[in-house]
Write a new protein. Structure first.
Length: 267
């Protein structure tokens, strides 16, 4: 109990006025992912997609928060197939059948908006589509559990139980995080757990829910670049991410798609 209480005391409680800043940043990040949708197609490099995201954020008055963060060299993370997260954009050319996650964080007027979405390149395998569907639904079930008076373990349990029911696995090595004026801060938001565990949710908490779900085993490894995380068994991995704020009655999702492009297939 002392550990839980100590962690809870480190979680920033934002004011009602702060919601407006987080909402603007979140909507800009979500609009950036809307914009990139039409550009995800065979023959495009991940570096080209990254440049489009960079230009969009800058053209709308924001700074890509990942650019230069702890030495990271790009304005987005683009993770393809068996890459779990933190894939560095480069000369990789998208091919028919690829699945990929694009993760952007816009820093707008001092507030961070952090979100990611899955994309498909042409026709993809049935199991890949199921993995994407289950990952999105698992995230949304986690969000539904994010209410004042509940615990962070309730979020993790909702995500884990749904993913494992479909015989997929939850990555344990990465988690969601507190966010606001700081890119990363307490709490760590685990995507697995038991109901009633962890700090209690309270109005004014801002954090991300971003489950990474593998088609095979949950273990990952980091490549020599120090960033790219891949599945150890080279199975496919999928991720979605939303940034939320706990309200008096539930939670607000700051990063919903303005165009309604929540998950593939995109019209």
């Amino acid at each position: 109990m002392d550990k839980q209480g100590g962690e809870a005391r480190r979680i920033t409680i934002h004011t009602p006025e702060d919601f407006a800043g987080a909402r603007r940043a979140g909507q800009l990040a979500a609009a950036c992912l809307d914009m990139i949708t039409a550009h995800v197609k065979p023959g495009v490099t991940t570096a080209e997609l990254d440049q489009l995201c960079h230009d969009y954020m800058r053209d709308h008055g924001a700074v890509p928060a990942t650019l230069g963060y702890r030495g990271y060299t790009a304005s987005s993370c683009i993770s393809i197939n068996h890459v779990v997260c933190h894939g560095i954009p480069g000369e990789r050319v998208l091919a028919e059948g690829d699945i990929l996650n694009i993760d952007v964080t816009a820093l707008l007027d001092g507030w961070h908006g952090d979100t990611s979405r899955m994309y498909t390149v042409g026709e993809v395998a049935t199991r890949a589509r199921l993995l994407i569907e289950v990952t999105h639904e698992a995230m949304m079930r986690g969000i539904a559990a994010a209410r004042p008076g509940k615990h962070f373990g309730d979020i993790g349990h909702a995500i884990q139980s749904y993913a494992e029911k479909h015989r997929f696995s939850i990555v344990r090595d990465f988690c969601g995080h507190g966010i606001g004026r700081n890119f990363h801060e307490p709490p760590n938001v685990l995507h697995f757990g038991k109901p009633g565990e962890g700090p209690r949710l309270a109005p004014g908490m801002f954090f991300t829910i971003e489950p990474m779900v593998n088609a095979g085993r949950p273990e990952v490894k980091i490549l020599d670049d120090g960033w790219t995380a891949v599945t150890r068994d080279r199975s496919l991995s999928a991720q979605f991410e939303h940034m939320v704020g706990i309200t008096e009655t539930g939670c607000e999702v700051f990063t919903l798609s303005p165009a309604g492009l929540h998950k593939p297939p995109y019209a």
